[in-house]
Design a protein around this ligand. Sequence first.
Ligand SMILES: Cc1ncc(COP(=O)(O)O)c(C=O)c1O
Length: 274
Amino acid sequence: MGNSIAAYAAKAGMKALIFVPQSTPGAKINPMAIHGATVMRVAAPDYSLMKHRLLGLAPELGLRMVSGNGPIRVEGYKLTAFEMHEQLNGAVPDFIAVPTSACGHIRGLFKGYRELQAAGIIDRLPRMIIVQAENNSPIVTAIKAGKRQVVPFHDAHTVAEALTTGNPRGGQELILKAREFGWLAEDVSEEEILESQRRLAQSGYFVEPASATSIYAVKKLRERGKIAADNSVILMLTGSGLKDPDVIQRHQLKVLESDLDAVESRLETLLSPR
Ligand SMILES: Cc1ncc(COP(=O)(O)O)c(C=O)c1O
């Protein structure tokens, strides 16, 4: 989001000031900075606290805040629903799994589907699956425990660094919607996230850890019988793996070395049947 704000601000000749949590990888920050945005990395025990503080300061400093759960972002995400409707030739998936932090994405996506239904274009709604990292799962924890309020997490750390809103303002709405529309909710451990990232990459999709969470969540829900084998499930892949290069170290990937003289014999060894 910071990247697109920076890009559109540059195009519109507007000044952009982007606040990011300290855990944000440089690969995410650099594109914002090259567009000319001023980027401020804010040390705070929790991303929600940072947002809360900045929202409080905005009126007196004359800042127009655009946040992850703001109405403009939510409206924008309706487009994903419309595009999926087109790409699936009007078919409505049974489930859509969405990695969730500030809640803007899942809210926008569902809103898009509701508008399609209200317009008489579709006759049923997909059920959303709220996916969070176990280390920071304020909404999933609440839903699993049957609570009606978000369970705030503080100073939480996860390899899925894009999912770090500890006390999301949009969480309450999601808890209510989950009850009303039969949504599912699942969290995934750090090991499961890395395993998901590896599996998706080995299927041709290199995504960042936050994005990878959904596949393992769906696997667990299928194993528990919450999703049937013949249900159609869409996984929202929210971010490219290139946006978090440091996490690749965790996979201990092997790269072979050679020089020109050795390359032929190395290849012969590699290609010889064992
Ligand atoms: C890669 C990625 N996935 C998922 C999310 C969560 O989206 P939301 O904050 O709208 O819930 C984000 C949010 O920044 C993200 O960057």
